[in-house]
Design a binder for this molecule. Structure first.
Ligand SMILES: C[S@@+](CC[C@H](N)C(=O)[O-])C[C@H]1O[C@@H](n2cnc3c(N)ncnc32)[C@H](O)[C@@H]1O
Length: 486
């Protein structure tokens, strides 16, 4: 029984330590209670050895560079717990190098979420993420509670993604994707493909890195992780001057192909014929830059998932429009078939700005006509020309217009629209935002139903700490019957 209590103490401590939960949070008061229970069984020095092994001296500590500030705070917390019980602090702790407050903290650190996915060989998923919340003008550099609720729900409903083509919108740094792709047992059929998308180039760089890290069957060398942590952190800081700007992003490495839920092979191996057919490869994983306001052509998929993407009111209409386009298969048709007025307007603005054309003049329209010659979009663009606002910014001025005109994937009409669904986890920060989203869903011809709801739990919560007690609801969106066309 006592052994169980000690195991529980170590488990709590390991979880809180590696997810970088601040020592001021409730989870640490549970650790404190578990310490009280442990003292009935073990002398303080033995408890100390046990708890150091569960955090600072745990093998995971040296596997990846962690947040030195957090390490310092935890050791301070342990020292205070000892003092408050009148226990003598061992010399090893007094002299511990981590008890010296660190001066410089890295921009990005590795966190490990114990108990979340990880496959057969790992205890959880490890993500390189920002030490702050909303930093560098994006919400995408940290893990939000919605990602955890979505990952939990999806992995408990494996049929939803089993052998299906999944696309995640606003995937951030990849918590949901990493958990979904590394959870399961032998009965669990993984998705056929998984496309993790986001818009900001730094977020995408971390997303790709985190997926590679979690899906790699071999441990990645600490030196490699340190080098990546440092170079990416520097980029974040040096590019900060370009407020909120998004740059076009391409993956550094090739598309990931998983031979099983936890192993990775390169496309070269596939080319060499090492594997016989596609089904032997398991899930194909890919990271794509997708801005909801200006999406590229997308492959056909069966299931869309997204966590915590409903928060900014102005992003709701393009987000819903993209979801609808994916569900009805038009996201991979000719762009001119599906492109919305506001996106047309943004594109036109961008072209106008680029060519330094004065807005609303006849010259402007003529120049645009020239720019868009041979482009079927021109006719529809004319209809929105009157809406051009001066000084408006395009979100993606580097849009490759040729790619916008590519023809659709041939099998888009073959996919059964009725089978397609989107599952969107919404954290209810304000009721108004969620209602706006649902109104937009209905307005755009989709129907919605609530499939799951949960509340972020203060006691065990490992994510953003000021968001505990917020309800998270997962809505299923499908095309309203009158909008399905075959
Ligand atoms: C609150 S975060 C949620 C991230 C992740 N799903 C999670 O729950 O941890 C919102 C995400 O949406 C992405 N996002 C914001 N605006 C976007 C846009 N216009 N197009 C695509 N993604 C966008 C952000 O980069 C960020 O990753």
């Amino acid at each position: 029984m006592m052994g169980d209590l000690n195991a529980y103490l170590c488990y709590l401590l390991t979880r809180a330590y590696f997810a970088c939960v601040p020592t001021t949070r409730t989870l640490w008061s549970h650790v404190s209670c578990a310490l009280d229970a442990a003292q009935e069984e073990l002398p303080p020095d033995d408890i100390m050895i046990m708890i150091l092994k569960a955090c600072i001296e745990h093998p995971l500590s040296s596997a990846a560079p962690r947040d030195p500030k957090h390490e310092y705070c935890v050791l301070k917390w342990i020292s205070k717990e000892w003092e408050s019980r009148g226990w003598a602090l061992p010399n090893s702790v007094i002299k511990h190098k981590a008890l010296k407050e660190p001066q410089d903290c890295p921009e990005l650190c590795y966190k490990t979420y114990i108990g979340w996915g990880g496959g057969k060989n790992q205890q959880g998923v490890t993500l390189l993420e920002s030490c702050g919340g909303i930093v560098h003008h994006t919400t995408g550099l940290t893990t939000w509670g919605g990602a955890a609720v979505l990952a939990d729900w999806v992995t408990n409903q494996p049929d939803i993604i089993a052998n299906r083509r999944v696309l995640e919108l606003g995937a951030g740094i990849g918590f949901t994707a990493s958990v979904v792709l590394t959870t399961g047992n032998d009965d669990y059929l993984p998705p056929r493909s998984y496309i993790a998308t986001d818009c900001h180039h730094h977020v995408l760089t971390l997303l790709q890195h985190n997926l590679e890290l979690n899906l790699n069957p071999e441990p990645v060398m600490r030196k490699t992780l340190e080098a990546f942590q440092e170079s990416t952190g520097k980029l974040l800081v040096t590019e900060e001057a370009q407020i909120g700007e998004m740059l076009p992003w391409k993956p550094i490495s090739k598309k990931l192909r998983l031979s099983s839920k936890t192993s990775l092979i390169s496309e070269d191996e596939e080319d060499n014929g090492t594997y016989d057919n596609m089904t032997a490869f398991g899930t194909t994983v890919e990271v794509l830059q997708v801005d909801w306001r200006d999406p590229p052509l997308l492959p056909n998929v069966d299931v869309i998932i997204a966590a915590d993407v409903v928060y900014a009111h102005h992003l709701i209409p393009p987000l819903v429009e993209l979801i609808k386009g994916i569900l009805n298969g038009t996201s991979s048709r000719r762009k001119s078939d599906k492109i919305s007025d506001h996106v047309k307007m943004q594109r036109l603005n961008s072209m106008v700005q680029k060519e330094n054309i004065k807005h609303s003049s006849q010259e402007s329209l003529e120049k645009c006509e020239e720019l868009y010659s041979n482009n079927e979009e021109m006719e529809s663009l004319k209809t929105v020309e009157h809406e051009i606002r001066p000084n408006s910014n395009s979100n993606n001025p580097n849009q490759d217009t040729e790619s916008l005109l590519r023809n659709s994937d041939k099998d888009s009409t073959q996919v059964d629209q009725e089978e397609r669904a989107a599952y969107i986890a919404c954290t209810r920060r304000t009721l108004e935002t969620v209602n706006l989203f649902l109104d937009e869903v209905t307005k755009q011809g989709l129907s919605h139903s609530l499939v799951y709801q949960s509340t972020l739990d203060t006691d065990t919560f490992l994510f953003l700490y000021n968001e505990t007690h917020l309800p998270v609801k997962i809505f299923k969106l499908i095309l309203a019957p009158e909008n399905t066309c075959n």
